[in-house]
Write a protein that binds this ligand. Structure first.
Ligand code: AFP
Length: 347
């Protein structure tokens, strides 16, 4: 095919590299753009490639295991969490594209050192989600969320980070499993790329992902059953019986690694829940580095994300480590789930 015959879908050719894909999109949709977001994403992918390499060889070089410290959430920190956190910060802070960062591993925002230029974007990330599974060789992932700067001072601020999820300009995740896959959206479809280690590039493997309207899978930590509120128990009872809108039981699948559970449901259809319970009255998952980016991805793939009573992307973050109940997945399944919480509210 001659180059000038490429149509406007050329960025969706299977096997196209992420670098070419993102350049094509920028050229088609924002020809006047300076390429800041494109460059930011390419730096982020460089960090992801390094994390992928390290997770693969971790067992060989004694990176596995705990550091012996706890993070700001009171959780034990794994060595690879620290490594991934460090890699992302070091690969992004000098780019001149960010004004401030925020990581699940840090209590406060991460400022850009004075020696580097400030940019127009913010980056919020969970460097290695599902890290309690690392030693069992279970899939883990990096989740990221990018927003535009709203402050105009000499440094980026907490307010730049504390924006509603609907303001995200780009979000996605990288899953380190049997293969390394990156899924992202900038609002122009949801696309998945698989890392080809032989060339060191993410190549388009899942163009235009659409989550099935209804699924067959429910994913929840059912060990919390007796800590749940009544609507959650009733919902899960309905999902595993025939007492639901499909008239047949769903299959239960729960890895305990959000990115892995989410990615499977995105491709196969289904619903993931981490609801509030008596131990986690506001839910366990964090709004900014976990719920918001996955909510943006799922909505652009045709699904929904809610707390049960509020759309995730509409929530105003109150603090960096704001937690929320999360119900996310196929549209009909999430609507079915919401009906349990609205019944309770009416009652
Ligand atoms: P870790 O990063 O500590 O493994 O936590 C993982 C996580 O934040 C998320 O990835 C899982 O969906 C969820 O927690 C699992 O929580 P439970 O172990 O309470 O089911």
């Amino acid at each position: 095919m001659a180059l000038d015959e490429l149509n406007h879908d050329s960025e969706k050719r299977i096997g196209i590299s992420f670098t070419e894909h993102i350049a094509e999109i920028q050229h088609r949709l924002s020809p006047a753009a300076r390429g800041e977001l494109t460059s930011l994403l390419l730096h982020l992918m460089m960090a992801a490639k390094i994390i992928s390499r390290e997770t693969r060889k971790a067992a060989l070089v004694d990176v596995l295991g705990l550091t012996g410290r706890t993070n700001v959430q009171g959780e034990k920190v794994q060595k690879l969490d620290e490594y991934a956190d460090d890699i992302i910060i070091r690969h992004l802070r000098y780019t001149g594209h960010l004004c401030v960062m925020s990581s699940e591993e840090h209590e406060d925002t991460i400022q850009i050192p004075e020696r580097y230029a400030l940019g127009n974007y913010t980056l919020t990330f969970d460097p290695l989600d599902g890290s309690s599974n690392i030693d069992a060789n279970v899939s883990i992932g990096t989740i990221f969320s990018i927003q535009r700067r709203i402050s105009d001072g000499t440094t980026g601020t907490r307010e730049d980070i504390l924006q509603r999820g609907k303001n995200q300009v780009c979000a996605g995740y990288v899953i380190y499993g049997p293969g390394t896959i990156m899924v992202y959206t900038t609002g122009h479809g949801v696309h998945g790329f698989t890392l080809d280690p032989s060339v060191g590039e993410f190549l388009l493997s899942h163009p235009d992902i659409h989550i099935p309207e209804e699924g067959k899978i429910y994913s929840v930590n059912e060990g919390n059953y007796f800590n749940w509120e009544a609507p959650t128990r009733q919902l899960v009872d309905a999902l595993k019986s025939s007492n639901n809108y499909r008239g047949k039981p769903y299959s239960g699948r729960y890895i305990g690694s959000l990115v892995a559970d989410f990615h499977r449901n995105l491709l196969y259809g289904g619903i993931f829940l981490y609801p509030a319970d008596s131990k986690h009255p506001s839910g366990k998952l964090r709004l900014l580095p976990e719920a918001n980016p996955l909510a943006l991805v799922v909505e652009h793939a045709g699904g929904l994300a809610t707390t049960g009573s509020q759309r995730i992307l509409d929530i105003e973050p109150r603090r960096l480590h704001h937690r929320v109940p999360l119900i996310i997945g196929s549209r009909k399944d999430v609507e079915f789930a919401e009906s349990f919480y609205s019944k309770e509210a009416e009652a």
